[in-house]
Design a protein around this ligand. Sequence first.
Ligand code: NDP
Length: 475
Amino acid sequence: MAAKSQPNVPKAKSLDSVTNDRTASQGQWGRAWEMDWFSLGSIIFLLLCAPFIVYYFIMACDQYSCALTGPVVDIATGRARLSDIWAKTPPITRKAAQLYTLWVTFQVLLYLSLPDFCHKFLPGYVGGIQEGAVTPAGVVNKYQINGLQAWLLTHLLWFANAHLLSWFSPTIIFDNWIPLLWCANILGYAVSTFAMVKGYFFPTSARDCKFTGNFFYNYMMGVEFNPRIGKWFDFKLFFNGRPGIVAWTLINLSFAAKQRELHGHVTNAMVLVNVLQAIYVIDFFWNETWYLKTIDICHDHFGWYLGWGDCVWLPYLYTLQGLYLVYHPVQLSTPHAMGVLLLGLVGYYIFRVANHQKDLFRRTDGRCLIWGKKPKVIECSYTSADGQRHHSKLLVSGFWGVARHFNYVGDLMGSLAYCLACGGGHLLPYFYVIYMAILLTHRCLRDEHRCASKYGRDWERYTAAVPYRLLPGIF
Ligand code: NDP
């Protein structure tokens, strides 16, 4: 493969010189250059409404015991005004600001100053310095993979505090949940704005920047592909994994602690949500090297979508089931609990095996066995922005022969399991599976559009061999 290492930081450019220079940096595939009105409308809608959607969910739990219709009914019937609801919202506090600053600083330190040692003693785990995929401009970045280590050390400290040190209450996250939401928003907007300015004036790799000419699109979807500070602080890897995903399991533990404090025990539904989501989180860090080859890292630019999304959307909306169970301590019957566990584990199995099959296939250049047989392959080629011709392969066996994104189906089954653990009392905990269904269907279409422009005829041969995207016979 004709790939080169990360070039030196280029000279700062004025806004005009960068946008006019766009043909020079344009790859043959990647994020869209053209804006249609529907995309623009959706982007403005999300920029304006997403923070309020998060606020609405969290406030519905805080003030209406997680009844999503509660605020609307109260306002419609005149029992409350918007200003009453807003007035009851806890403000940002000094304590929350200190906690959040400490949290993010701790994660930055773990990310930057502790080279990975887990790969030295954990058999099968790939960590340490690893390479990402070839970018549209033909660059290959190096990453320090140490997320598993950060997760382990953070959780070790959490348990040491809970059982030995007693520096703070394990309910601390729940107790400061809304004040912390303000802090997460401040960081989310700050990092997205910084990334936008950096993309225009001092990009890490100017040839991988993308400009649509539309401010809102650039802000939301990002200008720079892989913004970095110094050699190792990679915005995408840091914000995608930490602080949001490391926090995910801690947030759930804090919710479990709160449930015990309020109701005297932890229900089996809370245990299921904690266990199933912890499997997903640990899987993420165990496979952080593989993650370098997923869409978030290899195709998405870093803007508000990733920056704010990782700081606010992920930790606040992916943990709604645990939050709900604090207010509604659901205890499932044994068959219900077993059904949820089974669905969650089968979903995880499909998700993991499908992702592993593609990873193994790509790592070994097709010299591997998939379901015990030599895999069927479609040879393909593409051109990067530097004019280099590259060769690649598409897998047509295993789950990649069942449907073109069967890994998403496994993910959706797991998502449904978390929601079903909360019983049928309210809609709120089901938000996650609804959102994931929309996200992954949209992602599937977006990815296929990108692959079609990247591989051209070769992609058509793949879609002819594997006609369905997600579910054979349906979609
Ligand atoms: P994929 O892992 O499916 O990666 C898609 C890429 O794989 C394509 O762009 C293409 O890249 C390559 N590819 C596509 N088909 C083939 C094939 N047949 N053989 C070999 N390579 C192929 O997508 P994601 O990165 O979106 O997802 C990774 C996992 O993360 C999924 O399981 C998903 O469910 C999960 N996820 C979870 C989210 C969450 O919020 N919980 C959000 C997003 C994803 P190339 O250009 O290299 O050919």
